[in-house]
Design a protein. Structure first.
Length: 81
């Protein structure tokens, strides 16, 4: 991926970029692309916001009423394991 990155390549690498799972060279290439492409930069910001929201939601305890409702739904399920 080193060098110029097209939008499609940036989109495909975005999750790995957010996960910090790219090489230093690939990170630099994605960052150059994001600096010059408003559309991909918006996608990146959205990806970060979603992940941050999910991370914060994971910190909240599940209300007991919701746990009970989920258990009841599972008990009513007629699917086979």
């Amino acid at each position: 991926m080193i060098g110029q990155v097209a939008c499609r390549q940036a989109e495909q690498a975005l999750q790995s970029y957010v996960d910090r799972a790219l090489s230093d060279d690939d990170v630099a290439a994605i960052e150059r692309h994001l600096a010059g492409c408003q559309a991909c930069a918006r996608c990146y910001r959205l990806e970060r916001q979603i992940r941050d929201g999910l991370r914060k939601a994971g910190d909240e305890p599940c209300p007991e009423a919701l746990k009970t409702r989920l258990r009841n739904l599972c008990a009513e399920c007629d699917c086979e394991e």
